[in-house]
Structure formats: structure tokens, C-alpha cells
Design a protein around this ligand. Structure first.
Ligand code: HXC
Length: 513
């Protein structure tokens, strides 16, 4: 037995040291950590247990017999983050460029199955040239197995993707299918075809960074939810994000004892300007209302006219959707619609109640938005909230006009509790536009059209301005002073935290995509 154990240990050592110094230093020279280093830094100390380390490719063509390596360019296994179990894989770029062949795919699929069967989050660490060219159809079919599992796991377990090098070709879609994508500036690249192919096929010259770097995906395409400066910063963010999430869709998010009470905060009375044209940063409201330092923003640099993220309200995890008056006056456009709908659906999957902080003039008018399908994209918000059965609370802080009122505030469409500040302004549209439409003839015929317009605007505002008409219809449940926001939001949440709602039985809905 002694000999056999020695042999086993030697084999394991060989796997652990398989990269060799040259390969490790080539990875470090590119500013990247190795697959093993990543696992060690992400997980709780000594918690990793590898699964299937001896697996290797079965293909021998194109000189593959000389490139066969135990592990087949991916390390798979399970470990713990903040004491909670996760399953993960980490692709090894130093072996065949982390490319995905038949057995590499099988290893990942097995980890996906284990994550599902055990109800644990899946973490995908990508550093790969995509489908392994030498393995042809076996590689492509391998991706099929992975994507199917990503899709079936969606809404059952959280799936997080870290792009830590190239993620080319098929490699992008396991991330595209996951709940959150993390990227690191300078090393992450995500594209279905790289610059060389684009030059050959389309004659277009474009660098790797401009095509698929962290900034592109965090700011322009919206594919990435987080962009970090270093891999360590990225791992810290992953660990933090998981601290808000349940292990799976059948659990509730972890409660954490709050470090502040529910006392009034008079400073909040001064945050919302009375002048409807004046803007402010909605982060000020968020920071003042939710548990200290608990807000983790998602998609921070994308569609900044809306702010979404996770926070704690008196210890309970909530998802926040807030219009940002400081950016494009907080309008809803195509990208904001996608950002909101995706976030709402994530929260609903994982039993995270939603809190909307509303101050928006509505959907963005314009031919570009119409041509690009604002109807289709805007509909996603309506669908996502209507479908969501988690507790949903609205606070109307100032403007709530038209379609944005329906989508984000309307009681009968979706919301369990609607609160409003005395500054709330709820109407089909702003006074100026409304009066210009309904009194067009009267204004044109007036001796002094401008004076008449002002008079009619005043009358309109007397009728519709403020929250009290809506409250008299029962469509606003309570009017609150800004200073009391934390306490009132918590009480609203507390009163509906255990709410049960059902939806009609069906195969699945057909969200407008
Ligand atoms: C096999 C691959 C490979 C691949 C890289 N390698 N990609 N081997 N299949 N797909 C190997 C290289 O031959 C090299 O091997 C090693 O990995 C490192 O690659 P380099 O090119 O030297 O590294 P670097 O300069 O950092 O460039 C990395 C890269 C580039 C940007 C990823 O290798 C590249 O463009 N690869 C092809 C990407 C691609 O087009 N993938 C799509 C596949 S099709 P040696 O032995 O020399 O160290 C696909 C199907 C789905 O995925 C499509 C859905 C849209």
C-alpha cells in the first residue's frame, strides 16, 4: 500500500505542478494569475477539493498526443466562500490556451450537475481561446452540453462568471447565460470573434481592448455587470455579492443583524429639490436609507439613468431600482429597460424583495429609440414586475409620469405597497405638455396665450400635483416625510415579507426579447 500511496501522491504532485515554471511565468507576464492561484485567492483557505483531476483528452490528431495533460486545461471542484459551499471551474490558459475540447466540457458539465443537485452557486472562471480547434465537432457539442445546463440552472442556482483572460468564441456564452459577469481591466477580453478574424472577414482594424475589454462590456454593451482593476478586487466583489444571495431558489437570502436603528434622518428632507428641473444624486437617498455601507451597485457604469443593486434594509436583503435624476434626468430608455428587467427577474428568482425609488419623467421620446424597439424593450419592465411574486414596494419621491408610472409604481399592475413623499408628482405627463395638448385651441384663441398657458398649468398642477389625489383613490397607500423613509420602508417590507402569490400554471411565459 505504501508504494501505491506514494505513486498516487506523485501523480497528484505532477498535476499540481503540471504548468511548469515557464508556463506560470508566461501567464504572470500577461498580468494574469494561474488557474490554481485564482482558486486559492477566491475561496476560503484550504477549502478546495478537486474533482476529476486525471481526466485528459482522447484526441491524438494534429500533434495532440504530445499536448495531452491531466486535467485537460480546466480545474473543477468545490470549495467554500464565507463558509458556504460553491462549485467552480477555472480554465488553465497555459494548457492549449484553455481551449475547450470534449473532456474539458465533460468536466464542466459534471460540476454544473453537482451544483444543481446540491443547490449551490456555480462560479465559472474563464481564460480560454474557445472551442478547441483540433477536436472539431466534439468541442462544439461540448459547448452544447454546457449551455443547456447553464440555461436549465438559470433561476435555480446563482451563476457567476469571471472573465480573467480571453473568452473567445463559444467561451462567451456560458457567461452570457449566467446571472453576473465580472471583468478585469487590462486582461479580460470577451468576443465571439477576435480582431484577426474581424480584419480578415470585414477588413476592420480594431484592438483587443476596444473590441472586448472590460470598459466596453461594462459601459457600452452591458454584457459585464462589474469591471475591476485587479483580479483580487474581482474576487473580493464575488465574495461580497454571494453574501447577499441564497444558495438556491428554495432558500431566502441571508439576514444580517443591522448596525443602525430606524431613527428619523432630517437630512433626507433636504435631498429632493422642490424645483422639478433641479437634479440630485439618488445615491444620497440610498446611502441614507439602507443599512450603512450595504449597497452593492450592479451595472454601475451601464445605463446610468437608472441605479440598481442589492442592499440591506434593517438586516433584510432587498433589490433596489432607482431612477437617477442626475443622468439624462432619470428617463427610461432601451438600455435602462433591459437593465431593470434583468435585475428584477434575478431578484424574483432568488426571493429578494424589490424597492423602487421613483423620480422619472418617463420613457425617452425620439425616433432612434422607436426604431431600436423601445416598445419591445420597455415591455420587459412591465413583464418582469408583473411576473415577479416577491414583495414589491414603491416610494414615489418626485416625478412619476406616464408609462414610467405604470411600469414602476402602479398599484394594480404589480405593487404591494406604494408610498409617496409630499413632493410626488403623479400624472399622465408634466403640466406643460399636458396643457399644451388638452387646451391647444383655447390657448391659441386667448388674447395673451402665454398668460393663459400659465393659468391652465397652475390649474392642472392644483388638480394633479402632489400625492393626495392618488392617495384619495387608494393608489398611494401612505404619504411620508423624507426623514421617516428608513422606518416606513422597513415597516412596509416587514408587513409583506412572508407574502405568498401564485401565477397561472404554464410551460413558461414569453417575455418580449
Ligand atoms: C486550440 C488554441 C485555441 C483554440 C488558442 N489556442 N486558442 N488551441 N483551439 N481555439 C492555443 C494556441 O495555439 C497556443 O498554443 C496557446 O493556445 C496560446 O495561444 P496564443 O495565441 O499564443 O495566445 P494569445 O496571443 O494570448 O492569444 C489568445 C487568443 C488567440 C486571443 C485566445 O489564441 C485566439 O484568437 N485564439 C482563437 C480564438 C477563436 O477564434 N476561438 C473561436 C473558436 S470557435 P501553443 O501550443 O502555441 O502554446 C468557437 C465556436 C463557437 O468557439 C462560436 C460561437 C460564436
Amino acid at each position: 500500500m505504501e508504494e501505491l500511496v506514494k505513486d498516487l501522491e506523485a501523480r497528484k504532485r505532477a498535476i499540481r505542478e503540471r504548468d511548469g515554471e515557464k508556463r506560470v511565468s508566461s501567464q504572470h507576464k500577461k498580468g494574469k494569475l494561474t488557474a490554481w492561484e485564482r482558486i486559492e485567492r477566491l475561496l476560503d483557505r484550504d477549502s478546495f477539493s478537486e474533482i476529476n483531476p486525471f481526466v485528459t483528452t482522447r484526441v491524438t490528431d494534429f500533434g495532440m498526443d504530445k499536448k495531452r495533460m491531466p486535467g485537460d486545461a480546466v480545474i473543477t471542484g468545490y470549495g467554500r466562500i464565507n463558509g458556504r459551499k460553491v462549485y467552480l471551474f477555472s480554465q488553465d490558459f497555459t494548457t492549449l490556451g484553455g481551449s475547450l475540447g470534449e473532456m474539458h466540457a465533460q468536466k464542466i458539465a459534471r460540476i454544473q450537475d453537482l451544483a444543481m443537485a446540491n443547490g449551490c452557486p456555480l462560479i465559472q472562471m474563464n481564460d480560454s481561446g474557445g472551442a478547441r480547434i483540433q477536436e472539431g465537432i466534439l468541442s462544439l457539442n461540448g459547448y452544447g452540453a454546457i449551455f443547456k445546463r447553464n440555461s436549465l440552472a438559470s433561476g435555480v442556482i446563482p451563476q457567476l462568471s469571471l472573465i480573467l483572460g480571453p473568452s473567445a468564441g463559444g467561451a462567451v456564452y456560458a457567461s452570457g447565460l449566467s446571472d453576473f459577469v465580472f471583468m478585469v481591466r487590462g486582461i479580460s477580453r470577451m468576443y465571439i470573434t477576435g480582431p484577426d478574424v474581424i480584419k480578415r472577414v470585414a477588413g476592420e482594424e480594431i484592438g483587443h481592448e476596444e473590441l472586448g475589454g472590460a470598459d466596453v462590456h461594462a459601459q457600452v454593451s452591458g454584457v459585464a455587470h462589474f469591471a475591476h482593476e485587479t483580479e483580487d478586487e474581482c474576487f473580493k466583489a464575488v465574495r461580497r455579492l454571494l453574501s447577499y444571495l441564497p444558495q438556491n431558489a428554495y432558500e431566502v437570502p441571508p439576514y444580517r443583524e443591522p448596525d443602525r436603528g430606524l431613527a428619523s434622518d432630517e437630512a433626507l428632507d433636504k435631498v429632493i429639490p422642490l424645483d422639478p428641473e433641479e437634479s440630485y444624486d439618488v445615491h444620497e437617498v440610498i446611502e441614507a436609507v439602507f443599512d450603512a455601507g450595504s449597497f452593492m451597485e450592479i451595472h454601475e457604469e451601464y445605463a446610468m439613468n437608472v441605479v440598481v443593486g442589492l442592499a440591506r434594509l434593517n438586516g433584510h436583503v432587498v433589490g433596489i431600482v432607482a431612477n437617477q435624476p442626475e443622468f439624462m434626468a432619470g428617463v427610461l430608455d432601451i438600455n435602462a429597460s433591459d437593465k431593470i428587467a434583468r435585475f428584477v427577474r434575478f431578484c424574483d428568482c432568488f426571493n429578494i424583495p424589490l424597492v423602487n425609488l421613483i423620480d422619472t419623467p418617463g420613457y425617452l421620446p425620439g425616433s432612434t429609440q422607436e426604431f431600436d424597439g423601445i416598445i419591445r424593450h420597455g415591455a420587459k419592465i412591465l413583464y418582469a414586475y408583473s411576473e415577479a411574486t416577491v414583495p414589491k414596494i414603491v416610494l414615489i419621491m418626485r416625478k412619476a409620469y406616464g408609462g414610467a408610472y405604470i411600469a414602476l409604481c402602479s398599484r394594480d399592475m404589480a405593487y404591494d405597497r406604494v408610498l409617496a413623499y409630499p413632493t410626488a408628482d403623479i400624472a399622465v405627463m408634466g403640466a406643460e405638455g399636458a396643457v399644451a395638448i388638452i387646451f391647444r385651441k383655447e390657448i391659441a384663441a386667448a388674447q395673451d396665450p402665454e398668460k393663459r398657458l400659465e393659468e391652465l398649468k397652475r390649474q392642472y398642477l392644483e388638480k394633479f400635483g402632489g400625492p393626495y389625489l392618488s392617495a384619495s383613490y387608494g393608489l398611494v397607500d401612505q404619504v411620508i416625510a423624507p426623514a421617516e423613509t428608513r422606518r416606513e420602508l422597513f415597516r412596509a417590507l416587514d408587513s409583506i415579507l412572508e407574502k405568498q402569490e401564485s401565477r397561472p400554471e404554464k410551460k413558461h411565459g414569453n417575455i418580449p426579447l
